[in-house]
Design a protein. Structure first.
Ligand SMILES: *[C@@H]1O[C@H](CO)[C@@H](O)[C@H](O)[C@H]1NC(C)=O
Ligand SMILES: *[C@@H]1O[C@H](CO)[C@@H](O)[C@H](O)[C@H]1NC(C)=O
Ligand SMILES: *[C@@H]1O[C@H](CO)[C@@H](O)[C@H](O)[C@H]1NC(C)=O
Ligand SMILES: *[C@@H]1O[C@H](CO)[C@@H](O)[C@H](O)[C@H]1NC(C)=O
Length: 362
């Protein structure tokens, strides 16, 4: 009778002493404008971040990595550009997103390499300051890395006009999927070599349903469906990066590598809006023209009265309610819903907030 609790306690001890199951105390974020408001593609307000790193209007919605940080019990990771380079500052994580290795770089593929370099330098800095190499390894292994690339690249490819034509990759729109998926998979591998053991890669949203692409594709959509060609392109990337990660897993022992299918999450909402409290799946909450897709969000007067009923905030970004649902579905699988978007494990498991073996959390 008294034995059982003791055994349980021992078991818990053993589980908890495996570094991989300890809750993460640091979150490092790499990505584009889906991961940092400093990376906005909108050519408007240049003072988009407050000193605390929060997005200001018109990007005033919290982004997925920041919502996930909150679930981990961490503050939003500070932007790299606001830091002074001391180890104490970076110990709980850094947001590298938006560092693009040269503004205007074609499709910002350079951003992946640039941010990867900053991330590995940061891990080296922490290593120098750690009491022992073992401590450094353990800290790197416990930290969580989120990679969220692709949305800005596809937004550019999908936008009509001279810019897209001038900068389209030689291999065409379809070539981007391979290029970008290879680059992101390589980044996961390089982070592993630098000591990272917990990595989540975010897929790209169904941009074919985003207000900007809907507006551009007015000639092909009837206003109810999405631009299928655009969604196929994005799905091509998502499938490819998921496959690359699957191929990587057996080669990176001791690592948890997760793919989160943002596309599926948003499509579930667009397909069953009422189930989640939405009634506007096409039109941006803040924008002008058909679907609010001609001109992006510029002033507070443009904001719709009920943002929480809109799937899209502006040209390409979902509203904060949608992002909050995506964060919740990435974190855990609610018993009453079928919406699991991260595989093979949830982010709650990845971050060590829940053991993959335990069936549920109290
Ligand atoms: C631009 O950002 C600043 C940041 O403080 C804010 O005060 C201002 O209202 C913003 N401009 C617009 C047009 O929203
Ligand atoms: C760097 O920032 C930290 C925390 O904000 C501060 O304590 C430290 O004094 C700063 N160091 C330098 C060299 O500015
Ligand atoms: C996400 O989960 C949190 C915590 O359980 C909850 O408070 C919030 O309402 C959820 N978000 C949405 C949009 O349902
Ligand atoms: C879950 O899936 C089942 C079978 O596919 C379906 O009948 C049910 O409506 C789904 N529930 C939710 C909340 O989506």
């Amino acid at each position: 009778m008294a034995l059982l609790p003791l055994l349980l306690l021992l078991l818990l001890r053993i589980v908890a002493s495996a570094p991989a199951s300890l809750p993460a105390t640091a979150l490092f974020v790499l990505g584009d404008s889906t991961a940092s408001c400093a990376a906005t593609t909108l050519p408007i307000n240049l003072s988009l971040t407050s000193s605390s790193g929060n997005c200001l209007f018109p990007s005033a919605h919290r982004l997925l990595p920041d919502l996930l940080a909150a679930k981990m019990g961490l503050p939003p990771p500070p932007l790299i550009s606001t830091l002074n380079g001391t180890a104490a500052e970076v110990a709980r994580g850094v947001n590298f997103a938006g560092e693009d290795g040269g503004r205007g770089a074609i499709f910002r593929l350079g951003a992946v390499g640039q941010q990867l370099r900053l991330a590995t330098e940061t891990l080296q800095l922490l290593r120098l300051e750690a009491p022992t190499p073992q401590d450094a390894d353990a800290a790197a292994a416990r930290a969580v890395f989120i990679l969220s690339f692709g949305t800005d690249a596809y937004a550019r490819v999908l936008s009509r006009g001279s810019e897209a034509d001038a900068s389209a990759p030689k291999h065409g729109r379809r070539g981007l999927a391979r290029l970008l998926a290879d680059r992101v998979a390589r980044a996961v591998e390089e982070l592993y070599e630098a000591g990272a053991r917990r990595t989540a890669v975010m897929g790209v949203a169904p941009l074919g349903c985003a207000p900007r692409v809907m507006w551009e594709g007015l000639h092909v959509v009837d206003g109810r469906s999405c631009v299928e060609e655009a969604n196929e392109l994005v799905q091509g990337y998502n499938a490819r990066v998921a496959a690359r990660l699957a191929a990587l897993r057996p080669r990176l022992p001791g690592a948890d590598i997760v793919f989160c299918d943002i596309y599926k999450g948003i499509m579930d909402i667009i397909t069953h809006p009422a189930r989640f409290g939405f009634d506007e799946t096409r039109k941006a909450c803040c924008g002008l023209g058909p679907f609010g897709g001609t001109v992006g969000c510029l002033t507070k007067e443009m904001v719709c009265p009920t943002p929480q009923r809109h799937v899209w905030w502006d040209l390409y970004s979902p509203t904060e309610v949608v992002t909050s649902l995506l964060a919740n579905w990435s974190w855990s699988t609610p018993s009453h819903s079928n919406t699991t978007i991260c595989r093979p494990i949830t982010l709650e498991m990845l971050t060590g907030h829940m053991s993959p073996m335990s069936p549920s959390k109290s």
